[in-house]
Design a protein. Structure first.
Length: 131
């Protein structure tokens, strides 16, 4: 998840004001939460039971986001278009929690051997309603 303020610029690129180019720039924080549950069979003298292990990884980092979209104005209030963007973020430290039936492990603020790069390009179909 990304959380941060954005600056949005919009420009009309034709005389009839039907085509709009929008640019955005953001700076903020990137949050990640990964959960996993593994269930395995355990067989002993008393019989069969399920052995469950729960794992939780959380991390946060500073991030930046940029985007651009080209819209066509259908009416005074509605426009449609295509957009694209790039978000940059990398996690260098993380918290890990492992819970088993008889044991619990909690590792706080652990340095990762290799930074987890979560940067990506995205694209979108844009529908805007302006009031």
């Amino acid at each position: 998840h990304f959380l941060g303020p954005s600056v949005l610029l919009q420009q009309y690129i034709d005389i009839k004001r039907k085509f709009i180019v929008s640019e955005s720039v953001s700076a903020g924080a990137f949050f990640i939460r990964l959960e996993d549950q593994t269930t395995s069979p355990a067989i002993d003298q008393s019989g069969y039971t399920d052995y469950t292990e729960n794992t939780l990884l959380t991390a946060y980092s500073l991030a930046a986001k940029i985007g651009i979209a080209a819209d066509y104005r259908l009416s005074r209030n509605v426009s449609v278009g295509l957009g694209g963007g790039f978000i940059y973020g990398s996690f260098k430290k993380a918290n890990l929690e492992i819970r088993e039936p008889n044991n619990s492990i909690s590792l706080k603020n652990q340095e990762l051997t290799n930074a987890m790069n979560v940067s990506r390009f995205d694209y979108s179909f844009v529908v805007r309603y302006q009031y």
